[in-house]
Design a protein around this ligand. Structure first.
Ligand code: KG4
Ligand code: ZN
Length: 366
């Protein structure tokens, strides 16, 4: 069944943000976010220096109903105003995923609404389409706590992987760098703040795999080890910490923009002018230095550049509602016994074909 305009409730609980959102999307792609709430669990996890799955699941249970009630009230909607409910079904920390998934299914069952089991990564992949009409196809760089990959997005559900990290995800590298420099949790924003006071040329760090013209794969594990060595080499004054952060951030920006330039060259060779679009999504896309280096690369390649506003780079439910809205508009929905999945790659064929990529890397913010 095709519908013109759909109003969808989205629920996100795959990692350490509990989130609910209501969006309205017309068939021509225009979106309005009617209400949204994100409750972060930073306080719950900070003393452990990372996300503790059991604590996360419990915090989701405590908050998710309240957030849903709040977005319904903020938007002034009743259940019969909804056309469907979407909840993240994976990938992520399984206990948390189950909380949001069960909640979404219960609402759908009680109010006889279509249910969409959303892939969290599809939410990130589509997220720039919340604020702008970005047509398919596009080159996507997905950079989050658990993932770092280039994908060609040809349409809803049509993803092919062009390259990927072979070890750590880029957000994970930020988080580990922050931890070993004593900057606390979450790491990405802390490293970015410290880097603002540092000199990006002060510490020489490697750019692994950059001399390999034959691949779009990336590696960050060696960079992390080099950061550890730099941290041990001299007393860790505030200035030294800032210099290491600035140098690390610049190394990541260099790696990503060099790979992005190559990926754009490939896209340009393959396709017509309408495929000259480069989209960046996921938590690391919130980093200003990385955003501007990638924007420069896009400009140099003659590509349109789209990145969601900051609040939709990190985990949120508006992007989950959007994935649900796009699927529902295309006539897709899921049965109520759809399982929660810890791993769920966007591109099944390349995940199966290449053991290096495994079964979709680790969960969100691994
Ligand atoms: O997309 P996201 O919220 O969750 C996942 O699906 O993983 O991404 C979280 C990741 C974390 O590793 C966090 O440190 C990183 O994104 N991150 C950043 C920034 N803000 C969040 N990394 C660098 N700079 C930032 N400003
Ligand atoms: Zn995410």
């Amino acid at each position: 069944m095709m519908q013109d305009t759909v109003t969808i409730l989205g629920i996100e609980t795959s990692c350490d943000e509990t989130a609910a959102a209501l969006i309205r999307r017309s068939a021509n792609g225009e979106c309005t976010v009617l209400a949204e709430q994100v409750a972060s669990q930073i306080a719950e996890h900070s003393e452990f220096g990372g996300v503790v799955p059991e604590i996360a699941a419990r915090a989701h249970v405590e908050k998710v109903d309240l957030l849903i009630r709040r977005v319904m009230a903020d938007a002034g909607l009743v259940w019969s105003d909804l056309d469907g409910v979407a909840a993240t079904a994976g990938p992520g920390l399984i206990g948390g995923v189950m909380v949001g998934l069960m909640t979404g299914k219960a609402i759908a069952a009680a109010h006889d609404l279509p249910f969409i089991a959303a892939n969290h990564l599809e939410g990130h992949a589509l997220s720039p389409r919340l604020s702008e009409v970005v047509g398919f196809p596009y080159l996507l760089l997905l950079v989050s706590g658990g993932h770092c990959q280039f994908l060609r997005v040809d349409g809803l559900g049509q993803y092919s992987r062009l390259g990927s990290t072979i070890d750590d995800a880029v957000g994970e590298a930020f988080d580990k760098t922050a931890k070993l420099l004593g900057l606390g949790f979450p790491g990405g924003p802390a490293v970015e703040r410290a880097a603002a006071k540092g000199d990006s040329k002060a510490v020489t760090l490697p750019r692994p795999l950059m001399n390999r013209p034959d691949t779009l794969d990336m590696s960050f594990a060696g960079l992390k080890t080099a950061v550890l060595r730099a941290a041990q080499a001299e007393p860790l004054t505030d200035q030294r910490v800032s210099d290491i952060c600035a140098s690390f951030q610049m190394a990541v920006a260099d790696i990503l923009s060099q790979r992005a330039s190559r990926a754009m060259a490939m896209m340009a060779e393959q396709g017509a002018d309408q495929s000259r679009r480069f989209v960046v999504a996921g938590g690391v896309a919130a980093n200003q230095t990385i955003r501007s280096c990638l924007e420069e690369a896009a400009k140099a390649a003659g590509f349109q550049f789209n990145v969601p506003p900051m609040k939709w780079c990190t985990d949120n439910a508006a992007m989950i509602a959007l994935a649900g809205a796009e699927r529902l508009t295309a006539g897709m929905s899921d049965v109520l016994d759809t399982p929660a999945r810890a791993r769920w790659p966007l591109d099944h064929s390349s995940a199966n074909a290449s053991p290096v990529y495994g079964s979709g890397k680790k969960g969100a913010k691994a």
